[in-house]
Design a protein around this ligand. Sequence first.
Ligand code: ZN
Length: 275
Amino acid sequence: MANNRDDFSLATKELLANRVGRKCSNPSCRKLTCGANTDPDKITNIGVASHICAAAKGDPRYDESMTTEERKSFDNGIWLCQSCSKLIDTDTARYTKEVLLRWKKIAEELAILEVEMVSPTQSFEEDKDLIKFFVQCFDRPAFQDDISQEGRMEDFDKAIEDTLVALNTGVLRTRDGAILKQAEGKSAVHNPSWREKLDTIADMLNSIRRRLKIAEAEKAYTKYGSGQDVFYCFSDSELGEWFNLTREEILKVLSSICREAGLRELHFPRRRYRW
Ligand SMILES: [Zn+2]
């Protein structure tokens, strides 16, 4: 950049620097370009607002067709460290306008992603709160009673469905449809291993609902008693046991998350021999 004919304004330079978090926009450099100077009133800045298409004729990537305003505009600038600013002018065949625009776009995206990123401590606490809510959702008779002791199968199915909705959306509905508690769904969990386990739990809940529908259609169980004292006998005892084992497995997976999060665990069944 031989002369400053079409140099950027201070405001444009600041905009270029701040939109990339004051880091060099070269994706393989990413150097922070400013910091504290020994003089308490000053900053040390090694960042440069470089021209993508040169500010003066004869300089790298100069584009005759551009107006002065275009050459001075934000769109024609890229924030780089001093060394990368030199680098891009040494080989214009390699560091083309297209390459530099791509660097700029990537650097801007990275900067906003870094702003959005939460700290590991914060994300652990957020996850813990969400898991605590999910544990509450599973703390209901549908996950505590042996299948033979479930009150009404319709209620059992509804309870499984409500739990599934709570897991997916963070909204737990009571039997009359009122919203009991609002949180976020499992997709908001930061810890990828916990998120995967919650997905597995959701899959198992779905399969409980599917097998329940089939069992009902095929009349795979007989109902005894009435009112509160209803219990079920499965003609296929393995199927009855499957409902128990699947729920036990669900609570085991959930408990493995609870142990890591330092939360109380749930176990199935708590009241197997109630009657
Ligand atoms: Zn650099």
